[in-house]
Design a protein around this ligand. Sequence first.
Ligand code: ZN
Length: 158
Amino acid sequence: MNTPHLSEQQAQQWAENASSADATLAAHVWACPACQRRVADYQALFSALKTAPQPAFDFNLAARVAGQLPGVTRAFPWAFIALGGLGLAFALAVVASGWAALRQLFQAASAGAVALGTVLAVSVVLAYGLEMLFRHRRQTEIFLSLPRELQHDGAQPV
Ligand SMILES: [Zn+2]
């Protein structure tokens, strides 16, 4: 018999699925006790791996990981609201300083255009505010639905 022994990869493939091997390899394996032994060893190994219990940690991994995570912000984002207020105050200051020019602009524009602009501006501000509020509520609900050990808010777990 001139066919060389199975390589490790061929022996593994044979052990997993003998029908995938070609006829030359099959003829060799049927005639070669050494290759039959290697294939049988791999079959035993694969079967042991399939029936082996799944590895599991003997400690609470979720609690340990959660302890390393940065804290979840529970408070309403007052800093962003304060910044928004400052921006609004700045915009009002700009409007007040250029009031005369703005008045001429508003007088030149039609009442419909002014009303439309006002409605658009108020809508944008309202949409941002509502979106911020809903996002905060959603995040709070998600946070409160977490298991207690994952509700880490910066304090060390007791
Ligand atoms: Zn062989």
